[in-house]
Design a protein around this ligand. Structure first.
Ligand code: SAM
Length: 187
């Protein structure tokens, strides 16, 4: 996959930075839950989540790149995963369902959106009162890998965006190049 900023990201490289299954376990993803992957591309986290939530759960994915969504849905068909729904659309215009999601998840995508505040309004609409928003992204610092820091969001910026959208914020440490910020809806 070629990411924003023009660098290549393969699975082996990604797994050298963080353990994706451990991340999904740590945030509390379980069988039967609903997971929304925003800016899902070809579905790296979509597929991991689909395997965890199982047949009684559901995974939604959205990405503006129609080719990525086509590839994702082809793979879902080949793997017999009927619990995935994905669509090619802008995250700014997408609400899959109201108060349906246990997790709305952004992996290295929030900084790419044209209007992240609008995307977070949609996330707020989708999330259950007891659900959680999760942003996994690159640290905004000089490093030998990843997109240029000029296009990235600092943890402070994500905290501001989450709070403005009506979430209380916590962070989880996951390695030297990335951070995770989580948000719980304010009631
Ligand atoms: C760096 S990639 C991350 C992909 C994926 N989350 C992962 O971890 O492999 C960012 C993705 O966000 C998508 N994207 C950018 N702007 C978008 C928007 N406004 N709405 C939906 N997706 C968008 C891009 O097409 C790209 O696939």
């Amino acid at each position: 996959m070629v990411c924003h900023g023009g660098f290549n990201l393969d699975e082996t490289t990604r797994r050298s930075w963080y353990d994706p299954e451990a991340i999904l376990e740590a945030i509390g993803l379980r069988e039967g839950m609903t997971f929304v992957d925003v800016g899902c591309a070809h579905g790296f986290f979509t597929f991991l989540a689909a395997k965890i939530v199982g047949e009684t759960g559901r995974v939604y994915g959205v990405d503006v790149d129609p080719a990525a969504i086509e590839k994702l849905m082809q793979k879902a068909k080949e793997e017999g995963l009927s619990n995935i729904t994905a669509k090619a659309a802008s995250a700014e215009e997408t609400v899959f369902c109201k108060e349906c999601a246990d997790f709305v998840f952004f992996s290295m995508s929030l900084h790419d959106f044209h209007d992240p505040a609008k995307v977070l309004v949609n996330a707020r609409a989708m999330i259950k009162p007891e659900g959680k928003l999760v942003d996994l992204d690159w640290k905004k610092q000089d490093k030998p890998v990843g997109p240029p820091s000029s296009i990235l969001f600092s943890e402070e910026k994500v905290t501001e965006l989450f709070e403005a959208a009506g979430f209380t914020v916590e962070s989880i440490a996951i390695g030297k190049y990335h951070y995770i910020i989580t948000g719980k809806p304010l009631t």
